[in-house]
Design a protein around this ligand. Sequence first.
Ligand code: ADP
Ligand code: MG
Length: 334
Amino acid sequence: MAVQNNAPLPDGLEIAGYRIVKKIASGGFSIVYLAYDEDGNAVAIKEYLPSSLALRQPGELAPAISPENLPVFRIGLKCFFEEGRALARISHPNVVSVLNFFRANDTVYMVMAYESGRSLQDHILRRREKGERPLVSERFIRKMFNQVMNGLREVHTNKLLHLDLKPANIYLRMDGTPILLDFGAARQTLKGDMQKLYPMYTPGFAPPELYEKNGNLGPWTDIYSIGASIFACMVGAPPQPADQRKTNDKMETYFRKLEGLYSTELIDVIRWSLQVDPLQRPQSVFALQKALREQQPEVKEEALLDKLSGKLRGLFAGIGRSTAAATTIQENSR
Ligand SMILES: Nc1ncnc2c1ncn2[C@@H]1O[C@H](COP(=O)(O)OP(=O)(O)O)[C@@H](O)[C@H]1O
Ligand SMILES: [Mg+2]
């Protein structure tokens, strides 16, 4: 994400009944603040302020926008508003909750419930710094992404696509439950001229159809990004960018390196989600969730134990105790 060069609103500013506490994040497209409402509830306020189109100097509230940038700024503003309106319809524990909107300082603000935690991206980076192996445990990946997908199902049910799923847009509450952030509900319509406003994709997390002008977007598009985000949890880096994969696909090498750290079943599910051809991927979030549920590592352990008990059977066959030994091991595994 491009760097936000705009000056943030000053701490302590009163705006539309909210008091700004501090800036908590800024990207090329917006600034996010922690604030309090009149009842003292913490909220997160996202200010639409694309740095490529609008410039705010320290000490000023409204940005300066050159006349040539104004039309695109306004379209983006409308899209930002639409994004929030679409999100406001969704009420789900794994989707950020939008509380309000207001206009001020020649731009738009989206008020969300404040969530205390950190992004999955930060979580991965911290664990990478500590040298944890596996980077993120399989158990955590399975549980957390199942919840992410519960939220995503709700999004798709509302005829929306996220289109920018990645660890930086998945937020983890303190208890480890995830929330989907940063929707570009209207991003779909923003192509061509609007590239300046919204980067259409994040390399590594975006499937090939997002690189194409009239790519066939659907649930499978977000599913690729889910696979890519799980991959990032395992490896600590995004998958190879989809455009490169089309000519020289190196993903198989990376998948093989994960063997032993994660179950073959999980790796296979990620391989499936990350197919370059959209038709070869799971076609719905539910299909992916089902695959993850059915391909549990316990199943693998059982298979291993089957193998082991087979060997033991062979070993004990000579002394006539094969069946008893095998049964004990399998029972202990449950
Ligand atoms: N509701 C929220 N509660 C707490 N922090 C939030 C919330 N929304 C966004 N943030 C913080 O702001 C960051 C950027 O938000 P995001 O919506 O992804 O904006 P951007 O378009 O800049 O990527 C998040 O990674 C998170 O740290
Ligand atoms: Mg973001």
